[in-house]
Design a protein around this ligand. Sequence first.
Ligand code: NAG
Length: 275
Amino acid sequence: MAKCLALSLIMAGLFIGLVSPQWNILNPKWGKSVEVVNRPEWNILNQRLRKGVVGDNLKNYCESWRINVELNNIRGFSVVPQECVDHVKKYMTSSQYNVDSVRAVEEIRLYMSGFCTLKDDGKDSWIFDIDETLLSTIPYYKKHGFGGEKLNVTSLEEWMKKSKAPALDHTLELFHEIKNKGFKIFLISSRKENLRSPTVDNLVSVGYHGWTRLTLRGFDDELVEVKKYHSMVRQQLVDEGYNIWGIVGDQWSTFDGLPMAKRTFKLPNSIYYKA
Ligand SMILES: *[C@@H]1O[C@H](CO)[C@@H](O)[C@H](O)[C@H]1NC(C)=O
């Protein structure tokens, strides 16, 4: 209890520390942008934007496409719109992608720091997805149109069989932190069962180890939607008495459906969509 109180005080301090200066910094900025709007140059710029002379129109359009993918408003796309492939590529290889991922990981740490008591009955569990969560397939997409080409599953799986996907470093750190807190870690991926051995090799070679179970899609599972498959595996865990504290994934289909985890954390991915 004392530990909880101390934690709460630290958190409150952090919160005040973080929030108040931000307001002070941001407020004058907003003030300035109001001034800018009223300047004549701004009107000229606006006209040019409307005519599409300045490239920002496309940038805004594509960023809006990207954010609406993340918000789960845009669903079921099979390719990134052609005019936005460059934008998505820039984002997914940018420091912003990195910062967004770090932020998500920090939020998970914050959530975890609030657990004063785990049940500690060997049933506390955490779920990770694999691609764009533990491992990055960006090197593959770099060579194959960066989401702008329709996915060739054969070619992607050939690449996966080489076990050369790099780790997402922030998730790698988090993985071990969560494991060391005593959680049982379950990896649930929509990769196929025949990729088990290269997937394990890949995970181990970049530093992942100590998970409890790796679930891949068997032949029967391939007949159901990814979303349904994930929820079926979660149901199995719940039936076995596991308490699912959280899920980290890059696709909404990783979280959707019942049973739900206590919290879910979405990592950015605007290259592809899995229903
Ligand atoms: C998909 O990839 C395989 C393996 O690289 C290749 O043989 C095949 O031609 C590709 N299919 C299409 C439609 O591009």
